[in-house]
Design a protein around this ligand. Sequence first.
Ligand SMILES: [Zn+2]
Ligand SMILES: [Zn+2]
Length: 173
Amino acid sequence: MTNKRPSRLRFNFGFFLESTLGTSRTIELSYPTIQVEDLTLSPLAGTFTATRTSEGVYVSGTLNSTVVSECVRCLEEAIVPIQLQLDDLFYYPPHTAPEGEYTIGEDGFIDLAPLVRELTVLETPIQPICRPDCQGLCMECGKNLNEGDCGCEPNPIDPRLSALQQLLNSKDN
Ligand SMILES: [Zn+2]
Ligand SMILES: [Zn+2]
């Protein structure tokens, strides 16, 4: 990745690694806008708790954000709220981590950016809608029906339904 700006989701847990097992600390995040690798999240807010375990630092919490996408019904902008559930162990020292697991750097820093990015991608809806009752576009004239009725007559028979009807009729015979 060419974009190598330092992550703003790095936290120093160096002191924490010296503390006794079970020590925990809650951290509150509140960014109006934050760049997380290649994604821009506006906002990113919530709290997480970091707990010192024998294997590293366990991070759990809930962050809230939104993703901006295109509504699949009306093609207007859809701003979809998402919730990111943090529930991950960051291994320390880093070489003890199983393949693919998150680690704490040798410098004692945890970078939440890769995890937050991964969760954001997972939570982004495949078929975003701008609002639950979006009326979509008219199949006939293409007008955005959220802005009002276009006056087109609704198509009386959906071709898929008529095919189904034929199938049902043939079953009866
Ligand atoms: Zn819509
Ligand atoms: Zn229409």
